[in-house]
Each structure stands twice: as structure tokens, then as C-alpha cells.
Design a protein around this ligand. Structure first.
Ligand code: CO8
Length: 270
């Protein structure tokens, strides 16, 4: 891998996009490497949470850029068909992130522009450093957002704010991203990764099959009518009663043993 690193620390995988020469901009090779990393993550049943972040710039500044967009150099000469194919390539990878069985926390350490904002929005939870900058600058480049931005931004921050950001191509800072709900929390730069890892550890300590079922229920339910959505929940809720985790988790509570009530249940992972 040239542009991506995957580090596995127990139940937590840290996937870092590292293309310092281009502020971690997404070219085809990087998208392929993210895709290959997702395959590796999916094949490892020990991984319960993924953190996605960006590597330092070429001067070693770790908080310059998360991802400064899709690679403008690579896109500049595309034909209509090639543009569509490039959009599909990004969309396929981002949809895989969105539907990955385990939660993905995006730790946004600087610029999250265009494809950078779009890959962040395909993650379950977004947190950022206080110097992060978000935007969909595409109309200033003569294109639309092409990696899901027209769809996910409206779903995350609402139609009005999404249209304002996309039509104006105006960048917003971390505090505004927090105010409109694009990120869950903002941290001083140095505290971003510790905060991401702390949140990942909290999630990883919970019953993993139940966490995965929650992700599936929320995602699938959002695409369905409420009458169908609650059935999706019922099925997944029911499936938990076939797991050791449910027996251990409820059993511990009922035993009234304070040590066990405060966990740690040796949750299963399959
Ligand atoms: N693509 C390629 N190279 C990039 C990109 C990018 N998106 N962003 C930065 N770089 C490169 C620069 O060219 C520069 O290279 P070099 O050192 O060789 O000159 C290096 O990274 C450092 O960048 P700057 O010198 O520009 O750094 P600054 O601190 O001055 O500025 C900015 C930082 C403000 C982030 C600036 O680099 C910038 O505006 N970058 C472009 C941001 C942008 O417009 N992103 C959106 C791209 S479009 C997109 O993402 C669409 C997604 C869907 C596509 C679907 C297609 C079908």
C-alpha cells in the first residue's frame, strides 16, 4: 500500500489515508487501497470498531489535512464516461464504509473538502480537530459533488444547509460544522486521536453482535418507511436472543453482583 496504512490495535483498526504530497487527496490508487483495507477489516472478526483519519502533510504537520478532496489532477482530463466511472469508484468504496458491519469513527484532522467531506459523511460518527475545515467546493471547479455529497450532506445537516453549502461552495470551520450537526464533537488538535480511541474503546467493550445489529437497524431503517423500519428492528432485536452475549449480559444484571453488573462480560464476536 502506498497511500493507506492499516494498524490493528486489539479490537480497534486505525485506517489512515497518507498521501502527503497532495494533502491526502483521493486518487484511484488511494480508493483501491481503501477498498483493499476494508476487505482486510471485514475478514478480521476481532475488529469491532474502525477509526478513519488522515496522515500528516509533507512538512510533517499532522493537523493540516484529513482529505483535501478527490485528486483534481487526475480528474482534470476525464471524459463524461470516465467521470461517471470515477464517481462510481468513489461511491462504491464510500458505500462499503457506510455499510461495513462495524462502526466507523472519522477523526477529521484538518481539511475535509469535496471528497474529504464526502468520505467523512459515509462514516458512522464524525469528530474533528478545532482547526478542521469542511466544504463542498465542486461548483467552483465546474462539477457537482460526485462521491455522494449531494445525497449525504442533505441527510446529515438538512436540505437547506446542504444546498447553501453546495451552491455557494463556502467552506465552514469546525465550530459551524458542530453547530449544524456535521460533526458530533470538536477537540483541540492533539486530543483528537485520544478522543477517537476512547470512544472506540467504549464501543468495543459493548456486545459486538448487538452493536453491529444496531448499525444495520439504523442504516436499513433510514431507507425504509416506518412500518417496515420497525420490522427491521424487530428481526435484529430477535436475533440477539440467539447470542451468548444476551445471556451473559442479562444474566450478569440479574445476578446483582456489582462487580459483574459493571461488566466486563467476555462478549462473543461471531
Ligand atoms: N487534488 C490534487 N492535489 C491537491 C489537492 C487535490 N484535491 N488538494 C491539494 N493538493 C496538492 C496541491 O496541488 C499541492 O501540491 P504541490 O505542493 O505539488 O503544489 C499540495 O497538495 C499542497 O496544497 P497547497 O499548496 O494548495 O496547500 P495550501 O495550504 O496552500 O491550500 C487547500 C490547502 C486550501 C486545501 C488547497 O490545497 C485546495 O484548495 N485544495 C483543493 C480542495 C478542493 O477543491 N477539493 C475538492 C476537489 S473536487 C472533489 O473532491 C470532488 C469529489 C467527487 C469527484 C467525483 C468525480 C467524478
Amino acid at each position: 500500500m502506498n497511500n493507506v496504512t492499516l494498524e490493528i490495535e486489539g479490537a480497534i483498526a486505525v485506517l489512515t489515508i497518507t498521501r502527503p504530497a497532495a494533502l491526502n487527496a483521493l486518487n484511484s490508487e488511494t480508493l483501491d487501497e481503501i477498498n483493499a483495507s476494508l476487505t482486510e477489516i471485514e475478514s478480521n472478526a476481532d475488529i469491532r470498531v474502525v477509526i478513519l483519519t488522515g496522515g500528516p502533510d509533507k512538512k510533517g504537520n499532522a493537523f493540516k489535512s484529513f482529505v483535501a478532496g478527490a485528486d483534481i489532477g487526475e480528474m482534470s482530463t476525464l471524459t463524461k464516461a470516465e467521470g461517471e466511472a470515477f464517481g462510481k469508484k468513489g461511491n462504491d468504496v464510500f458505500r462499503r464504509i457506510e455499510t461495513l458491519p462495524v462502526p466507523v469513527i472519522c477523526a477529521i484532522n484538518g481539511f475535509a473538502l469535496g471528497g474529504g467531506c464526502e468520505i467523512a459523511m459515509s462514516c458512522d460518527i464524525r469528530i474533528c480537530s478545532d482547526n478542521a475545515v469542511f466544504g463542498q467546493p465542486e461548483v467552483g471547479l465546474g462539477i457537482t459533488p460526485g462521491f455522494g455529497g449531494t445525497q449525504r450532506l442533505a441527510r446529515v445537516v438538512g436540505v437547506g444547509k446542504a444546498k447553501e453549502m453546495i451552491y455557494s461552495a463556502r467552506n465552514i470551520k469546525a465550530d459551524e460544522a458542530y453547530r449544524i450537526g456535521l460533526v458530533n464533537n470538536v477537540y483541540p488538535a492533539e486530543e483528537l486521536m485520544p478522543a477517537a480511541k476512547k470512544l472506540a474503546s467504549i464501543i468495543a467493550a459493548n456486545a459486538p453482535i448487538a452493536v453491529r445489529a444496531c448499525k444495520k437497524a439504523i442504516n436499513d431503517g433510514l431507507d425504509a418507511k416506518m412500518d417496515d423500519a420497525i420490522v427491521i428492528e424487530e428481526k435484529l432485536f430477535g436475533s440477539c436472543f440467539e447470542t451468548e452475549d444476551q445471556k451473559a449480559g442479562m444474566g450478569n444484571f440479574l445476578e446483582k453482583d456489582p462487580e459483574k453488573k459493571l461488566k466486563v462480560v467476555p462478549f462473543q464476536n461471531k
